[in-house]
Design a protein around this ligand. Structure first.
Ligand SMILES: *[C@@H]1O[C@H](CO)[C@@H](O)[C@H](O)[C@H]1NC(C)=O
Length: 481
């Protein structure tokens, strides 16, 4: 498979600069011991109220969660923007502009003695983080079908690496101190500015240009950029034309919710995307990853052992994720990868459940506890490395007619965020109440999802949107190849 120069350059720009926004995601986690005293003091200076322990913990949890609120709000902001102003402008200009403002707010918050400013910065960066779904749509629409999967997963890999890099930057040696912590946000500024500037050099999604904006000449140039100089532009455009399943939608930039729900083709795309994006969050892998440290301690491992497993896991997840991006995604189909991830989660939940159950009837030796944790950890992390959630977002771009994509991205984001929030939020109390039964139930759910994916989700690897839709509705050979 050969890649055009444009495809490689744009991917590098997105992975290096776009991913820069994720490392500061963990700021409240890793710098909490410096940020909180500042916030508490600035609260006192502004409102004259000395916070009690209770008030202090409210302030803490508010600052901790304001970023998630931003991510949720971004759903309503980016869908209209991407349909009216384009995929590129939304990700590279609007979203990055918001992030830049957020970074500057966070850098200046301490010297302005304003925790409100810090909170606003966290919120804005949260909004900006939500835009990676638009970026995946942009990849799916711009790149030749055999390159989309790898590009998306490489980006996903870069995000994993950048997030972990944040932990290193929080060491006292760099920015982890009372004086230095505001500078933790500074390394993000330059990539952010460069990213906005580079929007000028990277073309918009050709499919968007052609179908939404009717800019044929620009679409031609964009296709040559992404597909290579000697691309068969006519056949690519012919394929785009095939996506106008309904002539009455031809001159619109987006469709209404009722059209989405009543037109059988749009509705089919929506259903498939919902199955995938909800199914991938309905099992407990997110919750297990989130609470794994606490669970290991609860099982009787020492803090050092838990930390060792955690550190090793970072390297292992990155390696699996790299392997999936470079080899796995082109060798196996989307559904196969999603199901492999599901089976891994089921195995992890089953083993952990078994460990909980055994622990209550026999005395487990310490080394046995350790090896048990290592085994379910292995399955859990393999599943995390496969990045099934990224594959499910990519799937939206591979199956949605471009006119419906904005709305479908929006609905899927709401549904998948809602599901994962519910699962993660209820996990600790439910585990407390039901113990191993809860884990066995989640293992069963993961297996059920595997069947659901096999039946309900078509394979999209290497196919165009038209081909996927046609194989469902006309039961004939694809017309355009
Ligand atoms: C928060 O600030 C107030 C006012 O300076 C102080 O009395 C209180 O001890 C602080 N709380 C904590 C947990 O540091």
């Amino acid at each position: 498979m050969t890649y055009s120069r444009g495809a490689i350059v744009s991917l590098l720009i997105h992975t290096l600069l776009g991913a820069a926004n994720v490392y500061q995601q963990s700021a409240m986690n890793v710098l909490q011991e410096f940020i909180m005293p500042f916030a508490n003091q600035s609260f006192y200076d502004h409102y004259g109220v000395a916070l009690t322990a209770n008030g202090y913990s409210w302030l803490w949890s508010s600052l901790q969660s304001v970023q998630s609120v931003g991510i949720m709000i971004s759903v309503f902001l980016f869908a209209p923007l991407m349909d009216n102003f384009g995929r590129r402008n939304t990700v590279m200009i609007f979203s990055s502009g918001i992030m830049l403002a957020g970074l500057i707010f966070q850098i200046l918050a301490k010297s302005s003695n304003s925790f409100e400013m810090f909170g606003s910065g966290q919120f804005l960066c949260g909004v900006s983080q939500g835009s990676y779904r638009v970026l995946y749509q942009y990849f799916a629409e711009s790149l030749p079908s055999e390159q989309r999967g790898r590009a998306t997963l490489l980006y996903s890999f870069a995000m994993i690496v950048w997030t972990k890099l944040g932990i290193i930057l929080a060491f006292p040696f760099f920015f982890g101190s009372e004086e230095q912590w505001p500078l933790y946000f500074a390394p993000g500024v330059l990539p952010c500015v460069l990213y906005v500037i580079s929007a000028y050099f990277v073309p918009e999604s050709p499919k968007y240009l052609y179908l939404h904006k009717k800019k044929v000449k620009e679409a031609n140039e964009a296709i040559r950029y992404y597909y290579g100089k000697d691309a068969d532009v006519a056949s690519v455009l012919l394929n785009y034309d095939g996506e106008i399943f309904d002539e009455s939608d031809k001159n619109k930039s987006t469709i209404s919710l009722s059209t989405l729900l009543t037109n059988p083709i749009y509705r089919y795309a929506l259903e498939v995307c919902l199955i995938a994006n909800v199914g991938v969050h309905i099992q407990c892998s997110g919750a297990l990853l989130m609470y794994s440290n606490g669970i290991m301690l609860q099982l009787g491992l020492s803090a050092n052992e838990a930390l060792t497993i955690l550190l090793g896991s970072v390297i292992y997840v990155a390696a699996v994720s790299m392997f999936t991006a470079m080899i796995g995604v082109n060798r196996f189909g989307r559904v196969t990868l999603m199901n492999a991830s599901n089976i891994m989660v089921a195995a992890a939940a089953l083993l952990l459940g078994l460990q909980f159950a055994l622990k209550s009837v026999v005395v487990m030796s310490h080394s046995m506890t350790f090896y048990f944790a290592l085994t379910w950890g292995f399955f859990l992390l393999t599943s995390a490395g496969i990045s099934a959630h990224s594959i499910c977002i990519l799937l939206i771009g591979e199956i949605s007619p471009t006119i419906a994509a904005g709305k479908i991205v929006q609905l899927c984001t709401i549904a998948s965020n809602g599901t994962s929030l519910l699962v993660n939020f209820t996990f600790p109390p439910l585990l407390e109440a039901f113990g191993s039964s809860l884990l066995f139930m989640y293992a069963g759910l993961a297996v059920a999802c595997t069947i659901l994916f096999r039946v309900g989700v078509p394979e999209t690897k290497g196919k165009s949107v038209v081909e996927v839709i046609e194989s469902k509705f006309r039961k004939t050979e694809p017309v355009f190849v």
